[in-house]
Design a protein around this ligand. Sequence first.
Ligand code: APR
Ligand code: PHB
Length: 392
Amino acid sequence: MRTTVGIIGGGPAGLLLARLLHRAGVDCVVLESRTRAYAEQRQRAGMLEQGTVDALRECGAADRLDAEGLIHQGIELRFDRERHHLDFPALTGGRTVTIYAQTEIVKDLTALQLAEGPPLLFGAEAIGVEKPESDAPLVRFVHEGREETLSCDYVVGCDGSHGIASQAFPAAVSRTYEHVYPYSWLGILADVPPSCEELIYARGDRGFALHSMRSPSVSRLYLQVPNDTDVQDWPDERVWDELAARFAIDGDWRLERGPIASKSVTSMRSYVHEPMRHGQLFLAGDAAHIVPPTGAKGLNLAVSDVRVLARGFAALHRTGSTELLDRYSELCLERVWQATRFSYDMTRMLHARPDGDPFDHRVQLARLRRITVSPSAAAELAANYTGLPLPL
Ligand code: APR
Ligand code: PHB
């Protein structure tokens, strides 16, 4: 098998890249190790920056997003039993965010790709990338029990946080940066209308809680829990009681409860792999960087990586210029580190430290208070949350 761009991974990064390349007339093949059913039900993020929505619209993949996505004008911060609304359009000159689940994006892009191409192979597990320094790199993969080879001009690893593409970078050229946080999130999906209009980020002595949503009838909520937490220790009643306690304010507000459809614990870390290109091999999305979910940047960063990459390949196809591709790593890493910093700051500002350090607690409250009294501090948060401009 032969193609111009071999894409490893059919998550949002790989699927959107394939769609953008297809529209630009660049041929590609996507190898996805999982089944379609598995990839389409995996629960992931759901908050889209304006630029992410624009990218999906521009490539004709936003019909359902436009019909079902929930546009949000801001977020609410809760601390000290008070609520504070941040008005994004007012703080950013008109920017908003949209709630639309990543699983739905994967479904939409998969359906388009299966209908219009380029090829997308499920159950195709890449096991190695060879000769990334040459102009004919190879992806070795296993499909239907047989080992096969995909010959490419370029290979893009969109294979997520446990992918294999980054292993083809020689140790001498790779540098990785990692930070592990001393807490995890217990996330639930509940069949109950959201108890709020905007997302609520709540900081309290009992720990952080987030109220998000998936639709007018489905809520998504998270609780900060210790790193070794077993979901078995969290029966539904305990989850709801803890959420209610963490969102409690002085004043009239109630958390609606309902049946919990799924429950899982996710650990939190920051990770960056530099550079994001070696020879003819590129990394995009979670394969190159992980952020903790507090700022909702993971999916949006994956989208901005592949937008830059697709423009680079389109320019190469149209004019023969590799200039943009040559700057890919440098352009993306600038934005990656800004999102890494923002996610780190949001995480540290909102989570209770396991050791309960009282000094840290007061500094967190001072930070939150500053955001609620200083328009420039609020504008800084809003600019990062709604998304920094694409580096092009
Ligand atoms: N061969 C083929 N496919 C692979 C391989 C492999 N060796 N390893 C992993 N994959 C597939 C996974 O099954 C998955 O479908 O690569 C895909 C990676 O998708 P994601 O993990 O979703 O990563 P990405 O596309 O970068 O999406 C960005 O942002 O919100 C965050 O973590 C969240 O998934 C989200 C990410
Ligand atoms: C989500 O809806 O899953 C979500 C929203 C905002 C976050 C993290 C997760 O910061």
